[in-house]
Write a protein that binds this ligand. Structure first.
Ligand code: GCO
Length: 469
């Protein structure tokens, strides 16, 4: 097996991406890996949650998923054929540390060695996300994100990952969508671990923020030339109906959704509307620990929200968009202008390079009689959203990359396998992969951008290029 360390080609790949702007795709471990009980992996809260009756549609689980654990080489080949510059995946914490702390599990670590080496050999830059929602169950048993000690456990885990892969991987995200897994997991009880309690939610928010800062420090000491950030959702929260009730609900919802994490992480304070609720869990020095400098802002964006008042603990929940707003098959509104505005707003507020780490759509994809998948809806969505991104860039937003969610159809949390988000169709009965029409479309977009860049560069005198680099 090739080792990246000794391979000069892979080192070049790391430092000279094929295009200045990165075109990639994202996945997460629980959603694709399967191999849930292979090679010493421990249970995560999602394994346990899936086993509870009525939690996930059709009783679906992550036991097999896309069997990416065994088929990663084929999946990397698909990415190479598409021409991707970069690939974001997450590490399964319970695969590398089965009980979340203590002794590392060598076979689990070795899997990600194989994946990273295969990506580098295919000239695809790996982006590692440390946490995409699959907390080791053993840590949940001692309070999970409600236990302040988790910041230390998470930092130890981050150091382990940094030390192991940092010779080959430079891009690390601490968390994916902290607002979703705290709000849905501890506030509304819609996701693992299925808790709906205000104090639990506020503790979880603060401890995730502390863990983020601790992991940034751990990664910076473990990895030379590291480039770190976190991946946040940001969506405008419109009102579902006009009037003061929904307006107040939308404002409350937006604080938890848009601000609870980026605000303390970038500005060293909680947004005023949240400060009182966090106060009981705050200790001296916490805010400085949270607001560690990052190199970029990872944005996940699919659609705006239309929020209505509710009797839940936030007094707010998702409402329906106006009838004239088109929606995807999962019911999410299609409003590309909201994506453009979000990028511009992000740029104005945070002033760090932006990477779009997730954007895409579910669609009712089916194999046709020729065995192909003509997912025109997805192509239309991606075209409209990448156009909106280009408008934001033209207006000054510092966007450096775009990653489609997702490479493969996969386990869509509470919706199980009923929602297909992939550029590549997965026949879950046979595990056969079939690139959809959108995969060809995306590949053509990437090739066109790359050749445009090469032909511009061809007309620039060599001295000018040297002066810029
Ligand atoms: C999220 C996660 C992904 C989802 C995707 C589609 O945003 O919920 O990052 O795991 O699968 O966003 O819902």
């Amino acid at each position: 097996m090739m080792t990246a360390k000794s391979n000069s080609q892979t080192r070049r790949a790391l430092h000279s991406p094929k295009s200045g702007f990165l075109w990639g795709a994202s996945t997460s471990c629980f959603q694709i890996e399967g191999a849930a009980h292979i090679d010493g992996r421990g249970d995560s809260i999602w394994d346990v949650y899936c086993r509870q009756q009525g939690r996930v549609k059709d009783g679906d689980t992550g036991e097999v998923a896309c069997d990416h654990y065994h088929r990663y080489a084929e999946d990397v080949a698909l990415m190479r054929d598409m021409g991707l510059d970069a690939y974001r995946f997450s590490i399964a914490w319970p695969r590398v540390l089965p009980t979340g702390r203590g002794a590392a599990n060598e076979p689990g670590l070795a899997f990600y060695d194989r994946l990273v080496d295969a990506l580098l050999a295919a000239n695809i830059e790996p982006w590692i996300c440390l946490y995409h929602w699959d907390l080791p169950q053993a840590l949940d048993d001692v309070g999970g994100w409600q236990n302040r000690d988790i910041a230390g456990w998470f930092a130890d885990y981050a150091a382990l990952i940094g030390r192991r892969y940092g010779d080959r991987v430079k891009r690390f995200a601490t968390f994916n969508e902290p607002c979703v897994f705290t709000l849905f997991g501890y506030g509304f009880g819609w996701h693992a671990p299925g808790i709906a309690d205000k104090a639990a939610l506020h503790k979880a928010i603060h401890h995730v923020n502390l863990s983020h800062g601790a992991a940034i420090d751990a990664l910076r000491s473990a990895v030379r030339d590291v480039s770190v950030g976190a991946v946040h959702n940001r969506q405008p929260c419109y009102t579902a109906t006009p009037g003061p009730d929904d307006e107040a609900a939308a404002r409350r919802f937006s604080v938890y959704w848009n601000d609870a994490f980026p605000h303390p992480q970038h500005f060293a304070c909680y947004p005023p509307a949240l400060a009182e609720a966090i106060e009981p869990y705050l200790r001296p020095g916490d805010m400085a620990q949270i607001a560690r400098p990052v190199d970029w802002f990872g944005l996940n964006h699919y659609s705006p929200h239309y929020i209505k008042a509710d009797s839940n603990l936030l007094g707010a929940t998702f409402g329906a968009p106006p009838a004239e707003v088109p929606r995807t098959s999962i019911g999410w509104p299609i409003v590309p202008g909201a994506f453009r505005d979000t990028l511009l707003d992000l740029h104005r507020q945070f002033r760090v390079p932006i990477y779009v780490m997730e954007n895409g759509t579910a669609s009712e994809d089916q194999l046709d009689s020729r065995g192909a998948v003509q997912d025109d809806n997805r192509i239309l969505y991606l075209r409209a959203y990448t156009d909106a991104m280009n408008e934001a860039i033209a207006a000054g937003a510092d966007v450096r990359g775009y990653f489609v969610w997702s490479l493969l159809d996969n386990f869509e949390w509470g919706s199980g396998y009923s929602q297909r988000f992939g550029l590549v169709y997965v026949d879950f009965a046979t595990q056969r992969r079939i690139p959809k029409a959108s995969a060809r479309w995306y590949s053509d977009v990437i090739a066109a951008k790359r050749s445009a860049r090469v032909s511009v560069a061809a007309h620039v005198p060599a001295e000018a290029v040297a002066a810029q680099s």
